[in-house]
Design a protein around this ligand. Structure first.
Ligand code: PLP
Length: 438
């Protein structure tokens, strides 16, 4: 097969309608021409660069997404025009920085449909948000014999903080199993909601499989059993419309860098009633109202949980990223990515010896796979030589890899700027892998 030749399914797979000239036309699903994909791609100048002499094909957005010009411009404007510390100075720059930082909080509140701005805590990312909940919420409340419920598809960020908590408190971890498609085993889940279970920590979308978990239903059942729920939204937030009130999540965590925003900034949403009862996770400036050597009074929400100088530019850049995707529309992004996922799934299924890991009914744009001939790391290296960026490894989900009996997978992950051309390049690259390993 020629490098980067368009994928076209065989007639038996595509079953086109009479007269239809392409697969997209045949099934009526959106293709690259349905939306202004070219315009979206122009918003990401990095996509114009070359890697090893080939145009960059970026298929690693689940690790971190590329940043649109709007975000980069906003960061530059902030540093060139405004830069000052927040909540401190009486001078104009500090007031402007504080205003922009707090407007960013309002923007996140609106994006998540949180009830109040006090429920939005800026943190470094999903990892810090989960550690905050483990230490500030769970640690003082969890007793020996209590159980923390996770699923078999959690990222290490949503495993290790709970293991540390268990060591500190004498609680135990319980794990909801998944089936071969990478979906929650529902009966096992309900059976694990015992009177010992105190907290469920579940990912909304698996980073290694793409599975979208039915978190709304899980939260309802957990609440019926008196269990508090934290949702890891790191992989959901760039793909799905998230409404924390509709979900009724007690805590919801996500990272800015996965949703077209800067690294080093993220969000913990928590229901106000829960946050009000929690002591701070870290001590320092800004999280206090009064300090003496005898005693410290803590600040009000949300500042109580934001010790030290925050990532001001990061929060502002994150708000710009959320505006950017809201401007395109999450529904359009989801439609485009879904069509691309279907296209990619069918294209990869035609490669002999390739096994897809993660075939859930409800998925976002993640294509994880292993090949008979080559190790995942070799696949990653060979593709990189062709300018194609994917991730190879255990994806910070070692227990999940074990569940599927593999040490590592190769993972192509999709974002709004990806196209069928990218998938065609991936397929051609994988044929090259096969050629080299034969
Ligand atoms: N949870 C999931 C599902 C993830 O995919 C990731 C990152 O890949 C994280 C948590 C951790 O995010 P961060 O490293 O931004 O804190």
């Amino acid at each position: 097969m020629n490098l980067r030749q368009p994928f076209s399914p065989s007639p038996s797979q595509a079953k086109p309608k009479a007269g239809a000239s392409s697969y997209a036309e045949a099934d009526g699903r959106p293709d690259d021409s349905t939306f202004d994909l070219a315009g979206w791609r122009q918003d990401f100048p990095i996509l114009n660069r070359q890697v090893h002499g080939s145009p960059l094909i970026y298929l690693d957005s689940a690790a971190t997404s590329q940043k649109p010009l709007a975000v980069v411009d906003r960061l530059q404007q902030y540093y060139l025009q405004t830069n000052a510390n927040v909540h401190r100075g009486a001078h104009t720059l500090s007031e402007e920085a504080t205003f922009a930082y707090e407007v960013a909080r309002d923007r996140v509140q609106a994006f998540l449909n949180a009830r109040q701005r006090e429920e939005i805590i800026f943190v470094r990312g999903t990892t810090e948000a989960i550690n905050l909940v483990a230490q500030s919420y769970a640690r003082p409340r969890i007793k020996p014999g209590d159980e923390i419920l996770l699923t078999a598809m959690e990222h290490h960020s949503n495993i290790v903080p709970w293991q540390i908590l268990c060591q500190q408190t004498g609680a135990q971890l319980r794990v909801v199993p998944i089936n071969d498609a990478g979906e929650i085993e529902w009966q096992a889940f309900t059976a694990l909601l015992t009177p010992h279970c105190r907290l469920l920590a579940v990912t909304q979308v698996s980073n290694a499989l793409g599975t979208v978990n039915p978190v709304a239903e899980m939260i309802t059942l957990a609440h019926d059993a008196g269990v508090v729920v934290l949702v890891d939204g790191a992989q959901a937030i760039p793909h799905l419309q998230v409404d924390v009130q509709a979900l009724d999540a007690d805590f919801y965590a996500f990272s800015g860098h996965k949703v077209y925003g800067p690294t080093g900034i993220g969000v913990l949403y928590g229901k106000r009633a829960l946050l009000e009862e929690m002591d701070p996770y870290q001590g320092g400036g800004d999280m206090i109202s009064r300090v003496s050597f005898e005693k410290t009074d803590y600040n009000v929400l949300p500042y109580r949980f934001e010790a030290g100088t925050p990532h001001i530019a990061g929060a502002i850049g994150l708000a710009t990223a959320l505006d950017y995707i809201a401007g395109i529309g999450l529904n359009r992004i989801a439609l485009h990515e879904r069509a691309l996922l279907d296209y990619g799934t069918q294209a990869l299924a035609m490669i002999e010896g390739l096994r897809l890991i993660g075939t859930a009914q409800n998925k976002v744009g993640i294509l994880s796979f292993v090949m008979a001939e080559a190790h995942a790391h070799d696949i990653g290296t060979i593709l990189d030589q062709q300018g194609i960026a994917i991730r190879a490894g255990h994806h910070c989900a070692m227990p999940l890899m074990e569940r599927f009996g593999v040490a590592a997978t190769a993972r192509a992950s999709l974002a709004l700027y990806n196209s069928r051309t990218d998938i065609d390049a991936l397929v051609a690259g994988l044929h090259e892998v096969q050629r080299l390993f034969h």
